[in-house]
Design a protein around this ligand. Sequence first.
Ligand code: URA
Length: 217
Amino acid sequence: MTASDETIAESDLTIIAQEVRGCQLCPLHQGRTRAVPGEGPPDAKIMFIGEGPGYHEDRQGRPFVGPSGQFLDELLAMAGLKRSDVFIANVVKCRPPQNRDPQPEEVSTCTKNYLFRQIDAINPRVIVTLGRFSMALFLPGEKISRIHGQPRASHGRLIVPMLHPAAALHQPQNRPLIEADFQQLPAILANAEEQAAQPAAPVKPDDEPPLEQLSLF
Ligand code: URA
């Protein structure tokens, strides 16, 4: 990313965050304390996408600041990463009541208006999905228990599906799995950087729809 691309991405992200904070496009805005646009550097090479804000995130307006976030920080450290290196966002930007699953309409409204625009602005080399809602945006029909930790190309992006950190907090037997997956991230990123540095492969017809047109459920 050149310095001017970075400035453009930064201002796009600022505009998106302002829109998110005032959003009333779906019923989730009614119960929120604060919307949680997401945060991180505009030129982040890795973007993490969780499900949606929980209690602590709703209070603070920042992603992954509760117990799942503390564990995410530990996982990032295992991958040699700091929070300030990565962009962290969610599928939906407002907390669903009682932490219920986000509804298909809420997911499609929020991703179309905000998340996919954030991805376009940042243009990360690698997207790490945290949990099944985030994975389903890019790899519909897959089972996370089968493909976690395995990088997949989807819609022109490299997706690494991971378990949600909360899954390891609630079921400690998942902890070694998620830790091992995070420890693979430096190699996956290095490989993706190497591929990006290669001369462009001949363009083949793209039979996959752009993310904005995906039907999620
Ligand atoms: N869980 C999520 O999916 N996202 C957050 O921001 C916090 C917890």
